[in-house]
Design a protein around this ligand. Structure first.
Ligand SMILES: [Zn+2]
Length: 318
């Protein structure tokens, strides 16, 4: 009888969700929950490279509806995702219905298993399966087990999405409308954005970087730039990027990423056309507009070289 009462009380305290089935090594990073509108919250990763700050370098957000919670991205380790789950539980005990993944890169997906355990449906853009099929991404996970030990460990595994989004789609929960847009290979093999109405909040993933130099990786910068140019921002009241703070001025955030991409592409297009040497071109270019941004020193030269190589390819494939 008494046990039964305790069980009921415990169940009430825990809400209708199952508690996490696994335990995760605790992380001591400071993760502050920020509310951007009535139903929408996010946490902001710190500036730095992938292994800084116990892997807390990217953002994740969530939307609380009457039916349950929709999560956007899951951070760079299961421990961080578990801390995010704890933060969600300070706001609501409703079930986690879905996780929307902006793109399959380690800093956004290593936390997926925590939400999968909660029964969430994992929704990801086309490109996720390519990521999962490449052995280099298994090797990266192996490497992170050393670099981000103990937060990435032997129990950390890549999660296959339940739904692959190939074209724009909409769904609604508890009177809130969600629009997913698939942008193709922009920053990664597949990038997806989320627009939430009626609050008009836009989750851009890594298409937009606020306040730091973007990591271009294998990005198709041509398509990325085209996407930004076409992006309709008139309706957006808040923009939550993949990295950095929510943009106070969404238009400005979009234009700063756009101008960075445009600058690199213009400079490297000139070099490729004239068959100039990369290093010489890089060194004589005035980067002062972006020099003071975090991650400039780590990322800019590599970004420029990636664009140089890809523009050579674009030129030959014309
Ligand atoms: Zn990222």
């Amino acid at each position: 009888m008494r046990l039964g009462v305790i069980f009921i009380i415990t169940s009430l305290l825990l809400g209708c969700n199952e508690p996490a089935k696994s335990t995760y090594p605790e992380t001591d990073v400071k993760m502050e929950l920020k509310q951007v509108s009535d139903h929408i919250y996010y946490v902001q990763g710190k500036a730095g490279i992938a292994t800084d700050n116990e892997g807390f370098i990217s953002n994740a957000g969530f939307i609380v509806t009457d039916e349950g919670v929709i999560v956007f991205d899951t951070l760079g380790t299961p421990s961080l995702a578990n801390l995010l789950l704890t933060k969600i539980r300070t706001v609501t005990d409703k079930p986690i219905l879905k996780v929307i993944v902006s793109h399959y890169h380690a800093d956004h997906i290593y936390g997926l298993q925590v939400f999968k355990e909660q029964g969430a449906q994992i929704i990801a853009p086309k490109g996720a399966m390519e990521y999962l099929s490449l052995s280099k991404n298994d090797e990266l996970l192996e490497l992170r087990r050393f670099e981000l030990e103990p937060w990435v460990n032997e129990s950390t595994h890549l999660v296959t999405p339940d739904v692959i989004v190939e074209k724009p789609m909409k769904f609604s929960h508890g009177g809130i409308d969600f629009t997913l847009d698939v942008l193709g290979a922009a920053h990664s093999d597949g990038d997806l954005t989320l627009f939430v109405e009626p609050e008009n909040v836009f989750f851009s993933g890594d298409i937009i970087f606020e306040g730091r130099v973007p990591y271009l990786g294998d990005a198709n910068t041509k398509r990325w730039l085209d996407t930004l140019i076409k992006m309709e921002v008139g309706k957006i009241t808040a923009l939550i990027p993949g990295h950095g703070p929510a943009a106070k001025n969404p238009n400005k955030a979009i234009s700063s990423t756009r101008s960075y991409l445009a600058k690199i592409r213009t400079v490297m297009a000139g070099a490729v056309e004239n068959m100039d040497d990369f290093a010489e071109t890089y060194d004589k270019t005035d980067w002062s507009e972006f020099e003071k941004l975090p991650a400039f020193a780590e990322a800019n030269r590599r970004n420029a070289y990636q664009v140089f190589l890809s523009m050579e390819e674009e030129l030959f494939n014309k």
